[in-house]
Design a protein around this ligand. Structure first.
Ligand SMILES: Cc1cc2nc3c(=O)[nH]c(=O)nc-3n(C[C@H](O)[C@H](O)[C@H](O)COP(=O)(O)OP(=O)(O)OC[C@H]3O[C@@H](n4cnc5c(N)ncnc54)[C@H](O)[C@@H]3O)c2cc1C
Length: 153
């Protein structure tokens, strides 16, 4: 996307279609041409459900994805931030990152005590870096809890 939007992310609270917009190119190690930005828009669960209801679980056609990209982009532009027309835009279905239930429950990870095995990831907690980190920390504390460490460690 050409031009610069002077924030790094939004959460949308009153949108039927958008839940998040993050400036991917503001993250460390991401390279884009000068005076350009790369943004990731994430739909609401309700919007995604409507799309899936209308076309089923099969891989969406290129036309259907182009329509989704256009609708989400129009909603992004409705923020009134003078967002220019993108030079590249593509919609895709994220899939596994949005489990119907977070399988980790209150533990935020899957803990097999007998095997001393912790399974962690965003799918155990919530679909974000925060969810993944919390899950990893919970898994680590489960493992630490069953190690016989000398006091002070
Ligand atoms: C384009 C994009 C932008 C995003 N932006 C944001 C954002 O701005 N903020 C936010 O909070 N979240 C964002 N997310 C979501 C966030 O990236 C994920 O929630 C988070 O990375 C999940 O971390 P994880 O460790 O659970 O899984 P992952 O990061 O997916 O890590 C899983 C790892 O396991 C490896 N792996 C998979 N299968 C195997 C195998 N069989 N053997 C060995 N290794 C394997 C993979 O290669 C990968 O390295 C974004 C996601 C995408 C795709």
């Amino acid at each position: 996307m050409l031009s610069i939007v002077h924030v790094q992310g939004f959460s949308f609270h009153n949108s039927d279609s958008l839940s998040w917009a993050f400036c991917d190119s503001s993250k460390p190690g991401r390279h884009v041409p000068p005076n350009s930005q790369s943004w990731v828009l994430r739909s609401t669960t309700e919007y995604a459900s409507k799309v899936i209801d209308s076309m089923g679980p099969r891989k969406p056609s290129a036309d259907a994805l182009a329509k989704v990209a256009e609708e989400l982009f129009r909603e992004f532009q409705a923020t009134g931030l003078n967002i220019p027309q993108p030079i590249f835009m593509k919609a895709h279905r994220w899939g596994g990152a949005f489990p119907a239930i977070s399988i980790g429950g209150d533990d935020k990870c899957v803990w097999e005590k007998n095997m001393k095995l912790a399974i962690c990831g965003d799918f155990c907690a919530s679909p974000s870096v925060e969810g993944a980190v919390l899950s990893g920390m919970r898994g680590a504390s489960k493992i630490l809890g069953c190690l016989n460490l000398p006091s002070g460690l």
